[in-house]
Write a protein that binds this ligand. Structure first.
Ligand code: SF4
Length: 234
């Protein structure tokens, strides 16, 4: 079940980014049956792991209204989540397919679909307030997985950390503060897998590491440091 804090969600017709709002409206005219709005997160706010992607894909999340649903990246992400026990049920590329996330919530650094999948720096900055609110709304958060360097930088900036201290590196875990870890992966896009930059095995290794990092050694013990009280503002 996904429960969203309204304060952490942009309005349905958010106009903070004029270029993206115009692109959304153009898609609405061309494809009125598509979602065509800021895509809300998927998964429970009580989750311990937050996955942050770049932005909705045009025919993926922008069409279906659920992050990573309906495109190539989602196929790889959800298969991997199921393999490592972070999701249950069948993934059928539809928001009503019954797939349920376990201990994971998924969002994007930019909530609206950008042309050519390329948000501008000002758009990433505009949407940072919603990313920050999302993170701050997760009381049991222990780890954030950034898919790609843009998501990595968006998370660091949203939380007030200096980017130079935590350079993006695939497979790296950055211990931030108050028990919060930032993990890095190349984005699970078709381009990255087709070019060999990211293999399914490399992607799976990230989740194997996160699984071990999240699970306490003897089981059943609450994670120390849970319940972040982030006082930092974007
Ligand atoms: S990308 Fe974010 S800030 Fe920009 S219009 Fe969409 S919801 Fe608003």
């Amino acid at each position: 079940m996904t429960v969203c804090n309204p304060a952490a969600q942009p309005p349905r017709y958010c106009s903070l980014c004029p270029r993206l709002a115009a692109f959304r409206e153009a898609q609405e005219r061309a494809h009125p049956e598509w979602f065509n709005g800021p895509v809300p997160p998927f998964g429970d706010a009580q989750a311990e792991l937050l996955i942050v992607g770049l932005a909705p894909g045009l025919r993926g999340a922008n069409r279906t209204g659920r992050p990573f649903t309906g495109d190539y990246a989602g196929g790889l992400l959800y298969a991997t989540l199921r393999k490592y026990g972070f999701a249950e049920g069948d993934y059928d590329a539809r928001p009503d397919d019954g797939l349920a996330l376990r201990r994971v919530r998924i969002t994007n650094a930019v909530r609206c679909v950008p042309p050519q999948n390329k948000p501008e720096p000002s758009e990433i900055a505009n949407c940072r307030r919603f990313l920050f609110a999302e993170i701050n709304d997760m009381p049991r958060l222990r780890a954030i997985l950034a898919l790609g360097a843009i998501a990595h930088h968006a998370v660091l900036t949203a939380l007030g950390f200096r980017r130079a201290l935590f350079p993006f590196e695939h497979g790296r875990l950055h211990r931030l503060a108050r028990g919060l870890t930032l993990a890095d992966s190349y984005h699970c896009s078709r381009l990255n897998t087709n070019t060999g930059k990211l293999s399914p095995a490399m992607f799976e290794a990230i989740f194997a590491t996160l699984r071990g990092d999240l699970d306490p050694p003897q089981g059943g013990i609450a994670y120390p440091g849970a319940g972040l009280d982030l006082a930092i503002r974007p």
